[in-house]
Design a protein around this ligand. Structure first.
Ligand code: GLP
Length: 242
């Protein structure tokens, strides 16, 4: 794990975007693993700026998002499919047919999970996986007690996570779905390279446990210590407990 500390959220997210851009320029057919959340909004803004100002092209890229809420349709403004369309896909030249988000409306969730894993395999695996971290230590929606070798599946969300994400649901925790379809920790570890971005003081305690504590199924992000090519990009506030 390589920890890179930047002074603030702006420079941390800009660095993450620059690294992604470097990979896409080196390999136009890059398969990106993408994440959602407030931290990623700035990463995507920087990527959009690079697309506009430096002609960075995503035309031949594929993408797989980490997760989706169960019960939210793609058109639902709170769905991650909608988030991705708003924050990135509609602002760059990626082919929408090559973008993938798990289907939270699937009637057979196990079949959808298997389908998603098969699609990732068929695409040749994920070259670069972008990650945030939840205050529960989750990556994707791998809440505490996610097996380190877990694959895409449905997972119950903890109250901590639902409270953390309530802001995106008008502050109403009861409006936050209780389950999600998420890539597993094992799925994430299969990516050839990983970049985790964390900013803000609220992430400091969990980040220190994930980076410096023991590898444990109680903190899914700690599994990244096992990954041979993982960069953790943080601002000073998130690095405060390291
Ligand atoms: C959600 C996503 C996670 C993400 C987390 C962080 O829970 N499922 O993949 O890491 O949000 O969110 P934020 O960046 O808003 O703190």
């Amino acid at each position: 794990m390589e920890v890179i500390i930047r002074p603030d959220a702006e420079t941390a997210t800009a660095l993450a975007a620059r690294l992604i851009a470097e990979r896409v320029r080196a390999k136009p057919y890059t398969v990106l693993g993408l994440a959602t959340g407030r931290t990623m909004e700035r990463v995507y803004d920087h990527l959009v700026a690079l697309h506009r100002e430096t002609a960075l092209s995503f035309r031949n890229c594929g993408s797989f998002n980490l997760d989706e809420y169960i019960g939210l349709a793609a058109e639902d403004p709170q769905s991650y499919r909608h988030y991705m369309r708003e924050k990135l896909f509609s602002r760059v030249d990626i082919d929408p047919a090559r973008t993938h988000v798990p289907d939270g409306m699937a009637t057979d969730l196990s079949a959808e999970a298997l389908r998603y894993e098969a699609l990732i395999r068929e695409a040749g695996g994920i070259d670069l996986q972008l990650l945030g971290i939840g205050e529960s230590g989750h990556i994707g929606f791998n809440e505490p007690l996610s097996a380190l070798m877990s694959r895409t599946r449905d997972k119950a969300l903890t109250l901590t996570t639902r409270q953390q994400n309530a802001a995106m649901f008008g502050g109403d925790v009861d409006a936050v779905p209780t389950r999600a379809l998420t890539m597993g920790v094992g799925t994430i570890l299969d990516a050839r390279e990983v970049i985790l971005v964390a900013t803000g003081a609220a992430k400091a305690a969990i980040l220190a446990r994930a980076v410096e504590g023991p590898v444990t199924a109680m903190i899914s992000a700690s599994a990244l210590q096992l990954h041979p090519r993982c960069k953790v990009i943080v601002d000073e506030a998130a690095a405060a407990a390291l």
